[in-house]
Design a protein around this ligand. Sequence first.
Ligand code: URP
Ligand code: ZN
Ligand code: ZN
Ligand code: ZN
Length: 472
Amino acid sequence: MTTTRTIVRGGLVITATDELHADVLIEGERIAALAATGSDAARAWTADTVIDAAGHYVIPGGVDAHTHMELPFGGTAASDTFETGTRAAAWGGTTTIVDFAVQPVGGSLREGLDAWHAKADGNCAVDYAFHTIVSDVNDGVLKEMDALVDSGESTSFKLFMAYPGVFYSDDGRILRAMQRGAANGGLTMMHAENGIAIDVLVEQALAAGKTAPRYHGEVRRELLEAEATHRAIKLAQVAGSPLYVVHVSAASALAEITQARDAGLNVFGETCPQYLFLSTDNLAEEGADGFEGAKYVCSTPLRPREHQAALWRGLRTNDLQVVSTDHCPFCYVGQKELGRGDFSKIPNGLPGVENRMDLLHQAVVDGHLTRRRWIEIACTTPARMFGLHPRKGTIAPGADADLVVYDPAAVQTVSAATHHMNVDYSAYEGRRLTGRARTVLSRGTVVLDRGNWLGRAGHGTFLRRDTCQYLV
Ligand code: URP
Ligand code: ZN
Ligand code: ZN
Ligand code: ZN
């Protein structure tokens, strides 16, 4: 077997720490070397293929650490399969996803992971890994966590303070899981909303005839996100465990994280493009049928526009470390519609796996982020946070050759008519964005080039992971 050699020539290589005009040599599936463009070293390289990146950025493939392909939820299932969802990810410059395997009620973590492997294995266009959703903390599950961390099959565990009767764990169960994480190195991820209180408000709203989508945002009060975030932090402190708060949307919840970080704790925060670019204005959209806002129902909910500035600041100050999508698409027709006349029955989740890198590049164009910070929050830190670094999330010798030749000047108009996600609407319909992936490589293989799909289902491999590489 000969090893294929590829050179990506003449681009501006951007990592979390550097911007350099460099050529990248790929041997097989990995990056072999970097050398200054035009240098003797770069000129001496020979290759089977040369990819011209002049005038373009060369960035690490995106790492989306929060997706839900085919998630059963609210009596239906997320509409992207692992095949369609990972293909859409690649179109948008994301070459690694970390999805959530769900422990079935009354079952084991193993059963959940087996079910997720059955959905994903052989079907993914790019590499993938699994977190585990722990829906029932018991002695058996705690033992399973040890084994999963040891083997690297899943080194992070999501618990829910929301969704009583579905994924919810009470404080005692959460504490036990966190204690186990403190001992075995597993990272606790938290959906921080007070679901018990929210359910009371849901019932009261419905009884008062408040059934439209916008009430989803009203009952899921900001205070109840902040309260749960505060409680999660204190429980983690008691357990001595690190904590990663997922999908932070409220400024007051972020303030809790900021305070914990100022105290030196290993508390981390993730936000998502929907909280940076959308707001309760979207949730209040009525459209032709009075129900348009259902397209924007997710939890934590979209917040009033004022929260966005706090989230952007948090990303700049590293009080928020990661932007993931929480990609969990449900079609408007037939799925979101399940909640017509009762907002609490609208399946929760937004599509976005294809849009994340470009929305965040737009944030660079708009002056919210530097280019290096864009790469850090979208590629490098998610890889480190979830034990995939340095294989993923950076451009360095030895790393997987997951590279994006990114055209910073390409202009696109986002639309469901042209996106590749298996969902009948876009949360960003009509938005003009500057920047787009031109060529995408996954482990050295070109999967997308100039609008031509060259990838295949089954190219993506399952990634075992280290424990969190981001602890202080
Ligand atoms: O609305 C959301 N976020 N749906 C997916 C499940 C979750 O809580 O992450
Ligand atoms: Zn959640
Ligand atoms: Zn989620
Ligand atoms: Zn171009």
